[in-house]
Design a protein around this ligand. Structure first.
Ligand code: FES
Length: 161
């Protein structure tokens, strides 16, 4: 059989997972041996309220095609409103990224509890499939860098919650 010479695009995804819920959900999926795409590099955080928008911009600068933020469900955050703040930041960041030519589907926010191994797999699978369809990240990396660059009045440190 002839080789087409074209490799299928496999997106690189960075996933910020709350330690108390989504990370445990990922563990549950793993323990149950539910298969899911291996495209996600998981970063465990104490709470999604800790995910500075600059972390997301840095992920894109470093070659990610998409970013996931997975939080405790509303009312379950161990730090009261960290998940809600993360959700608000996500909405604001989407508007900024859209102006830079970055599609909304590249940054997904969702809620996954410790018991939702199935939902974790569903979110990962949907995200990877959406990114496969979008293709490689095509945003303006110089503008993304400008946004994330602290020394030039970028996004860092702004109170947007
Ligand atoms: Fe899980 Fe805050 S402790 S999102």
């Amino acid at each position: 059989m002839a080789d087409s010479g074209i490799l299928a695009f496999e997106p690189k995804v960075v996933g910020f997972l709350c330690n108390w819920c989504s990370y445990a959900g990922a563990d549950k999926a793993g323990a149950a041996q539910i298969p899911y795409p291996p495209n996600v590099n998981i970063i465990r955080v104490a709470c999604t309220g800790r995910v500075d928008p600059v972390f997301i911009l840095k992920a894109f600068e470093m070659g990610a095609d998409g970013v996931l933020i997975l939080a405790c469900h509303p009312g379950d955050c161990h730090y009261k409103e960290g998940n809600l703040r993360a959700f608000q930041r996500h909405r604001i960041l989407l508007r900024l990224l859209r102006d830079l030519g970055v599609e909304e589907e590249r940054v997904r926010f969702d809620y996954v509890s410790a018991g939702e191994g199935d939902k974790f797999v569903k979110v990962i699978s949907e995200t990877v499939e959406a990114l496969r369809n979008l293709g490689p990240m095509n945003g303006d990396s110089s503008k993304i860098h400008a946004l994330s660059d602290d020394s030039h009045g970028g996004f860092h440190g702004q109170h947007i919650a």
